[in-house]
Ligand binder design. Structure first.
Ligand code: SF4
Length: 382
């Protein structure tokens, strides 16, 4: 779905599987830590004959443990962390006359598009790293220290719906102080499926396993990152409550849900009306940016995802044989959110704890160092 903006293809796919096998079979004192993205759990099932949208979080975690991982953490946790930072950044920009509209920055396909084709829009991008980037930074800089291990001895393998995340992981800005990438290996959902099959693990008969804590605790808000509109909805749940001291009138914010290419919504937000938009797929993004250039739209916050439906339609997800697989995966994601008791990122106890213990508060000096990044004009125009 995102081939033009995904700079790495089949060759690195194969090497990621081989590299992961190598490290799992010859650890040599290394600690191997996995993280799994929101959209993986509603699609990996298809690799093993189950239906699109079937939720197999517990089996996926169990399979990763069988493969030999030492810890399995959840990218949904850092999706919650992203919301804390990004929601605060939005409120800060709105209150202080910062650059608006603010654009989401968690989709590397979209980031590639801005850096290569629309570099003049870089100031609009939130400076937040993607959830993958945030979790790897937390693992290597906070968790490793707490465990008393050197960051170089921790290998982070992330499982993503996305081939563009492989490119994101090797960005210079996302390396540790000693110059190693914070995310060592990126496997796609499909590649994880291949690994599980290679090791002859009987996925369907696995007993459910839980993520390791504290970096495995997450909320419904973190989960819905997998769908187009999910980052926006999760962000609004938190920004609204932080700004106005009361919860949003409804948690299921339907105006930003569904497959329409450009979704727009307005939300009474204290003294202002907050105007938001959600766009998925490159053609719709180009259409929106043209409107923006012509002064036809005027939003505060805009979510962009390159793939159809968001990450559930990512280029690294299983190749589905049914026509309605995206609808079914989308439903699967929302059903996880509905069933969770805690559905707002700022109510995640482990997130509260890490701010107390380590970051202090959103947008703090430490947060800026580890959870934010910068983007570069790669258009060749300069
Ligand atoms: Fe990757 Fe998701 Fe963006 Fe697709 S929408 S390029 S899967 S981050």
């Amino acid at each position: 779905a995102c081939s033009f903006y995904c700079p790495v293809g089949a060759i690195s796919e194969h090497s990621a599987v081989r590299k992961t096998l190598n490290i799992l079979e010859n650890k040599e004192g290394k600690i191997v830590v996995f993280q799994t993205a929101p959209a993986t759990r509603v699609a990996i099932s298809e690799e093993f004959g189950m239906e699109p949208g079937d939720i197999s979080t517990g089996k996926m975690v169990a399979a990763i443990r069988e493969l030999g991982a030492d810890k399995v953490f959840d990218t949904n946790y850092s999706a919650d962390l992203t919301i804390m930072e990004e929601g605060s950044e939005l409120l800060h920009r709105v209150a202080n006359g910062g650059v608006l509209p603010m654009f989401t920055s968690c989709c590397p396909g979209w980031i590639n598009m801005v850096e290569k084709q629309y570099p003049e829009l870089i100031p609009n991008l939130s400076t937040c790293r993607s959830p993958q980037g945030m979790l790897s930074a937390v693992i290597k800089n906070y968790w490793a220290e707490k465990k008393g291990v050197k960051p170089e001895d921790v290998v982070v393998v992330s499982v993503m719906p996305c081939t563009a995340k492989k490119d994101e992981a090797i960005r210079e800005e996302l390396k540790t102080e000693s110059g190693v990438p914070e995310t060592d290996i990126v496997l796609t959902t499909r590649e994880l499926g291949r690994l599980i099959k290679l090791k002859k693990i009987s996925f369907l008969s696995l007993k459910d396993s839980e993520y390791d804590n504290p970096l495995g605790e997450s909320t419904g808000a973190g989960t819905i990152f997998g769908n187009t509109g999910g980052v926006m909805e999760a962000g609004l749940r938190t920004a609204y409550e932080l700004a106005l001291n009361k919860p949003m009138p409804t948690l299921n914010y339907t105006p930003v849900r569904g497959f329409k290419g450009i979704k727009e919504a307005e939300l009474p937000f204290g003294e202002i009306t907050l105007k938001v938009a959600v766009i998925h797929q490159a053609a719709n993004i180009k259409r929106y940016l043209k409107k923006m250039k012509n002064g036809e739209v005027d939003h505060h916050f805009v979510e962009f995802m390159i793939c159809k439906g968001g990450c559930i339609g990512g280029g690294g997800e299983p190749k589905s044989l049914t026509n309605d697989y995206l609808e079914r995966r989308m439903k699967g994601v929302y059903s996880i959110d509905e069933k969770l008791k805690i559905r707002k990122s700022h109510e995640n106890e482990s997130i509260k704890q890490i701010y107390k213990d380590f970051f202090g508060e959103p947008l703090s000096h430490k947060s800026h160092k580890l959870l934010h990044t910068h983007f570069t004009d790669r258009s060749g125009k300069k």
